[in-house]
Ligand binder design. Structure first.
Ligand SMILES: [Zn+2]
Length: 97
C-alpha cells in the first residue's frame, strides 16, 4: 500500500522515512522499524472493522474507532442521566461501596 514509506538504515539504527523525512523513532534493528511501520499503517488506515459491541462490520476511521456509529451513540446514551448530558466527554461515576 503506502509505497512512500521506507525502512532505512540511519547513523544510529533504523528508521522509517517518508518523502526524505524520518517519521518514526530510531530503532536498533530493522525488524523493530518494520514493526513500527506496520502498526503505523494499520492504525492509520481506515478499514472495515467489526464493532466491539455488536460485531457488525463498519467503516472504522482507525484503530481507535472500535464501535459502529450505532453503538457509539448507544454507549453515550447508556450512561447519560440529566446531570451528565452537558459534556460529551467522560462522566464516570466513582461509587465507593
Ligand atoms: Zn455496534
Amino acid at each position: 500500500m503506502s509505497a512512500d514509506y521506507r525502512v532505512r538504515p540511519l547513523l544510529l539504527g533504523w528508521g522509517v522515512i517518508k518523502a526524505g523525512i524520518r517519521v518514526s523513532p530510531v530503532f536498533k534493528t530493522r525488524g523493530e522499524a518494520e514493526g513500527w511501520l506496520e502498526r503505523h499503517l494499520a492504525g492509520r488506515a481506515p478499514a472495515s472493522r467489526s464493532c466491539m459491541s455488536c460485531a457488525a462490520p463498519f467503516d472504522s476511521a482507525g484503530l481507535h474507532d472500535r464501535l459502529c456509529p450505532r453503538c457509539g451513540l448507544a454507549g453515550h446514551n447508556l450512561h447519560s442521566d440529566a446531570s451528565a448530558t452537558a459534556w460529551p466527554g467522560r462522566h464516570e461515576r466513582r461509587e465507593t461501596v
